[in-house]
Design a protein around this ligand. Sequence first.
Ligand SMILES: [Zn+2]
Length: 292
Amino acid sequence: MNFLKTTLVLLFVTSALIAQEKASDAQNLVKVSDHIYMLQDKGGNIGLSFGDDGIFMIDDQFDENIEKTQATIAAIDKQSVQFLVNTHHHGDHTGGNVAMAQTGTVIFSQENVRKRLEAAIAESEDVDSKKSLPMITFNEDMTFYYNNDQIFVFHVHNAHTDGDAMVYFMDSNVIHTGDVFFNGRYPFIDLKSGGSILGYAEALSRLLILTNDETKVIPGHGDLATTKDVMFTRDMLLDLHQQVSALQKAGKTEEEILNMASITKKYDDLGFGTGFISAKRMLQTVYADVTK
Ligand SMILES: [Zn+2]
């Protein structure tokens, strides 16, 4: 593909799609760099890189919107997606895997993602669900050289789950965080799947070491962000963890802590509790983490 021509077509398609979005329930396609896009709909944000090598995709939301996603991708580039990374196992990030595998896409993930998907499939009666498994897994990290980018995919430990990966397009200076970052909202931290408050904060610190002030951050949920937003969330989690552990050590009960609006007030005032994790639910998670 001629890249300049592709870029012009992309610009046209993007504005057409955004215009269409207002009229219907079309997906919101956000241009992040000259060839990287963020696709927002129900479920986790999708990342897409288009170029001469092909299409590289991050996450695929729910099964129910995968056809719409495939149509949005095809409007930009008719090729099938060559690589798809699952940032973790949750269904709002992996639900489209069966449909994607059917088009020849190679799916990869951290090894715990495959293990957790396998466990879920073992309990399911859907014969097709096996096709949703990543074919390639890695333990710590892997690197792709694709569409003029060095793409560094790295595992962060016990953050949102025990299988999280972030995807850093080093040449474009764009990073997709998976659910290890919710922009401007309290994050869901899946303690039952190996997530933890301090692991989550540490993962964000690792992101901050790798990136710089110009880096564009595609969050798992929410709008495009900067590293400043990431730093704010990291500091918020450390603050909540510190406050709740001090209160718990001082003998406060869970109920007493959950009813102290002052703990989260600073963040509530900025709208952090307006997503699917309320201030109370956030405090519940921090309390459960501190006392586990
Ligand atoms: Zn998730």
